[in-house]
Design a protein around this ligand. Structure first.
Ligand code: PLP
Length: 399
């Protein structure tokens, strides 16, 4: 019999919660109508979509002026909202030839980072302003104030901003976000928040100034293939996917009631248990980090990101160790973690986020991310601790 693995890569994806799977499979059998059809099967399917949205809003305590929109992933939601806000503003305010800009950070997930890069390729006179996260791991209010002032002084129309609520690589919380949102609101600049690494990892607050908040199902033990956004009804944006009238014309394509129902159940479960799950994950994180530091020493094992972190993510530099080597050997020993991102040759590049935070290439190359969820077990943590300590000692001895 093979020994159980330790899966510490929950920020990449999570397994489906058995209860969510049960809801999903029964809905797959029972609710197969097309929600746009007017007959009974269609209307039944439609009622599941409407109900799923209501349940999600309720579970997340969203104010009434937010709508839930479903997408195939958070990436699609991000593309739709960012591109849609920019194109509709340029068209409506006739800004094709004027100076335009968009504000974001160097630490965003590729879904945002690559989307905003498109603006400079697509539109003339467009400048994307990237704020640095610094060693803290999140932008400061002062950085945002300075950037906004500069853009406005240079007669530039700032069309929008996108900030992540929690960084998926370091787990650092953008704790100035409420004040950033309020500043942007006072200037009528729409703010799109990537909340993928926030859901299930910290309480969610709908403070003033958030135009849209985006999440992904597969990070909270729901199936893949569904992302969703809570969007302020007043936000104007062009749809990315056009076709039928689904989602009030904001995202065409036949809706998926079983996925929506499974997602709603997963969001409800995540929200209901949040407080006890956070305590549980915090105890695992504390044990994991303290044991690594005590067994490997603080000269070898250092946590990346000085800001306040969610309890699910530990990004750790093992000084003097090649992260790719460690990751590969951990996988052989039955421990899954992650490191940087694959470049075109398939080799792993050190994390852009860690480099932009100001860590050296060497430190970023020696860093791994360990991410847990409410379903991670004590046994998985114990196994990971045993294998990491043994491998780091062995690799350091060789070099
Ligand atoms: N934003 C963050 C912070 C993420 O971690 C991810 C996925 O890793 C995404 C966006 C994209 O989510 P999806 O896989 O649903 O497209």
């Amino acid at each position: 019999m093979s020994t159980p693995r330790s899966y510490l890569d929950c920020n990449a994806t999570t397994c489906i919660d058995p209860e969510v799977l049960e809801v999903y499979t029964s809905l797959l059998k029972e609710v197969w109508g097309n929600p746009s059809s007017t007959h009974r099967e269609g209307q039944r399917a439609k009622s599941f979509i409407v109900e799923a949205k209501d349940r999600i809003k309720k579970a997340l305590n969203a104010p009434p002026h937010y709508d839930v929109l479903f997408f195939s992933s958070a990436t699609e939601a991000i593309n739709t909202l960012l591109k849609g806000v920019v194109s509709s503003t340029i068209r409506e305010k006739k800004l094709v030839n004027s100076l335009k800009s968009f504000l974001t950070t160097e630490m965003e997930h590729a879904a945002v980072y690559e989307t905003v890069k498109c603006f400079e390729r697509t539109w003339a006179n467009f400048n994307v302003k990237y704020l640095p996260p610094n060693l803290y791991g999140a932008p400061s209010l002062q950085d945002v104030e300075r950037a906004v002032e500069n853009e406005l002084q240079s007669q530039c129309s700032l069309l929008g901003a996108s900030f992540m609520a929690v960084n998926n690589e370091t787990g650092v919380i953008t704790d100035e976000l409420p004040r950033i949102a309020s500043l942007l609101q006072s200037l009528r600049i729409p703010l799109i928040v990537d909340g993928v690494a926030l859901l299930g990892k910290a309480p969610i607050d709908f403070y003033d100034g958030i135009s849209a908040l985006i999440f992904s199902g597969h990070k909270i033990h729901a199936p893949k293939g569904i992302g969703f956004a809570l969007v302020d009804k007043r936000l104007r944006f062009d749809p990315l996917i056009v076709g039928g009238p689904q989602e009030s014309g904001k995202r065409a394509g036949t809706e998926n009631p079983p996925l929506a129902g499974a997602l709603a159940f997963a969001v409800e479960k995540t929200s209901l248990q949040l407080s006890s799950d956070l305590d549980y994950m915090r105890s695992l994180q504390q044990k994991f980090e303290e044991r690594l530091i005590s067994e490997l020493t603080a000269d070898v094992c250092v946590i990346n990101g000085e800001g306040k972190r969610v309890p699910s993510t530990s990004n750790i530099a093992f000084l003097g160790v090649d992260g790719e080597d460690l990751l590969f050997n951990l996988d052989l020993k039955g421990v899954s973690a992650s490191h940087g991102s694959a470049c075109s040759s398939g080799a792993l590049e050190p994390s852009r986020v860690l480099l932009k935070m100001g860590y050296s290439h060497e430190r970023a190359s020696s860093s791994l991310r360990f991410s847990i969820s409410r379903l991670t077990t004590e046994e998985e943590i114990e196994k990971a601790l045993k294998e990491i300590v043994a491998l780091v000692k062995a690799i350091r001895k060789k070099t």
